[in-house]
Structures are given as C-alpha cells and as structure tokens.
Design a protein around this ligand. Structure first.
Ligand SMILES: C[S@@+](CC[C@H](N)C(=O)[O-])C[C@H]1O[C@@H](n2cnc3c(N)ncnc32)[C@H](O)[C@@H]1O
Length: 293
C-alpha cells in the first residue's frame, strides 16, 4: 500500500491516493472510483455522499489490493466481475471477452433486420458472455436464440447471464465448434468472432493481451481464419429471408469479408455497419435482398 493511501483519512483521500497509484491507466480517477464503489459496496450517489466519511483500515487494505491488481493491467471488469452492455449488467470472468460498447451497433443492425413481433430465431456464434444474444432477445420479445461457443467456461457464463436477466426461457447455449452442434435455420445469425491478426499481439495493451482469452482474440495471419470457416457453412443455416451480421476490425478486413460473403452467399445484399463515430465496424449480409419476414 502506498504511504498516501495508508495516511488517507477520508474516502475522498483514499480515492485520490488510489488514482495516483494508477498513473499508467488511461482513466486513473474513474478506475479508482469504480474500485472504491466495489470495495464499499455502494453506488455513485452513496460514494459522493460518503466522500468525507472516515476511511477505515480494512477498507483501505481491500481497496489497495484492488488498485494493485488494476495497476498491473487487470481490466476493471475482471476485478469487479461485471460489465454493462446494452444497458444490462453482464457477469464476466477470464473465460470471456469483456463486452465492448462498440459491438452495440451490431445489435442495432441485427434488430433492424427482423420484425419485433415475429418469433424470430437467432444464432449467436462465439457467444462469450452471451451479451449479443441477450441484448437482441431483450429487444425482440417474441424471438428465441441459441448461443454457441467452443469454450465450456464461456457457455457457462452466458447461460448464467441469460438466467440473471430473465431470458433463460428463450435462450439456449451449447458448446460447439462453430456450427458443429447446430441444427436448423435462423432469421438472424450474429457473430463477433475473433479477428485480430496473430502478429498484432505484441502491439496490444497488456489489459487485453495478458488477461482476455486468446481464443476470443486471434484468428490467423490476417485475422480472418474464423470468418473463413464460418462463411463456408453459414448459408446453409440462414433462412431465405435471414441475415448474417458480423463484426470485424478494419476496412481492409471489411473488403475481404465482403468478397467472402459474395462468394459464399451469391446474390446476397451487403451493408456496412458503422459505429457512432462512423467507423466501419461490421457487415450485414441479407441472403435474399428485399425479402423480410
Ligand atoms: C471476440 S469474442 C466475442 C464474444 C461475445 N460474442 C462478445 O461480443 O463479447 C469471440 C468468441 O468466439 C469464441 N470462439 C473462438 N473460436 C471458436 C470456435 N471455433 N467455435 C465457437 N466459438 C469460438 C471464443 O471463445 C469467444 O468467446
């Protein structure tokens, strides 16, 4: 524990000392506040209200340990075991990728491909925490879905998240190497498959490279090995009016993926998905242009 933290007499001083220990983080003050809330078991309002309360040594000890974990690069979400996505809380463990806000534009695009009143069937490939499937099910009350992941640990976390969010009755999860244990046709197939080129590992921040599962990140020399395998089979699992919605990393990958889509699903309608900053984030592939259920 740093001397400043040891000497901190109030919650506010404790947070300040914690932030000072996180100088390498991009958001030291925010990180320290989140860890203080987690330590004290309180929300934002209570933290503000308690700013001048005395910081007892047990709390400082617990807080100091969390700060040290964050200082060594461990992401906040793995420390607290939770991350918000689509306005809903998701439990996360080291078995799953931490849901990214950027992926929310995928959910929007997928949602807009189906009629919310229809009993749409959704397949989430590489479900991880289950965030994409759960977000879609929360938007489409008549829909049901299947989330698959090759990682049994991820499937267990996704199943738990669906249960906590009250979505279990409409969400199944199975361990599967892409389509291996999947049957039937789907109106929406959504995938945030791994897409980081293997060679990019040294350039990643420690928070990602040392903590998030490699299985969730890397996919061969150009990062497209996972999508190559998925595209070989995806057409057979898409309903005639169905759409395949996928996330990728950059416009070069986008060009490759559009070519893969055109080759594997001839005649499909392709639209690029952009995030709020207008950056290219994904692709929507509608199997039969103009047709919607
Ligand atoms: C980028 S993460 C996406 C997780 C989650 N869908 C999200 O958006 O946060 C990719 C996921 O694909 C899974 N995965 C990797 N290879 C797989 C395979 N061969 N079959 C099924 N899932 C796989 C990983 O375990 C990981 O959970």
């Amino acid at each position: 524990m740093s001397a400043n933290l040891q000497n901190a007499t109030t919650i506010e001083a404790m947070i300040r000392a914690g932030a000072d220990m996180l100088s390498a983080s991009q958001s030291p003050r925010l990180d320290a506040r989140v860890l203080a809330k987690f330590t004290l078991g309180c929300d934002d309002a209570a933290l503000i209200a308690r700013a001048r309360d005395a910081a007892d040594s047990a709390a400082k000890e617990r807080f100091g340990n969390l700060i040290l974990r964050r200082a060594s690069g461990e992401p906040i979400a793995y420390i607290t075991g939770e991350k918000e996505f689509w306005g809903m809380p998701f439990r996360v463990t080291r078995d799953v990728l931490i849901p990214r806000g950027d992926s929310e534009c995928l959910v929007e695009a997928a949602r807009d491909h189906v009629d919310a009143r229809a009993p749409a069937r959704i397949l989430d490939l590489g479900t991880g925490s289950g965030c994409l499937l759960c977000a879609l099910l929360s938007e489409l009350p008549q829909a049901s879905g299947l989330g698959v992941d090759v990682s049994p640990g991820a499937v267990a976390v996704a199943r738990e998240n669906a249960a906590t969010l009250g979505l279990s009755a409409r969400a199944d999860f199975v361990v599967s190497n892409w389509f291996e244990n999947v049957n039937g046709e789907f109106d929406i197939i959504i995938a945030n498959a791994p897409y980081i080129p293997d060679g990019d590992r040294p350039g990643l921040i420690v928070d990602v490279s040392d903590y998030e599962p490699s299985l969730a990140l890397f996919a061969g020399g150009d990062g497209l090995d996972a999508y190559r395998r998925i595209f070989e089979a995806v057409s057979g699992y898409l309903a005639q009016s169905g759409a395949f919605v996928l996330e990728y990393g950059d416009p070069v990958q986008g060009r490759e993926l559009r070519a893969m889509a055109a080759a594997n699903i001839p005649g499909a309608e392709l639209s690029v998905i952009r995030d709020l900053a207008a950056r290219e984030r994904g692709l929507a592939v509608r199997k039969q242009p103009g047709k919607r259920d």
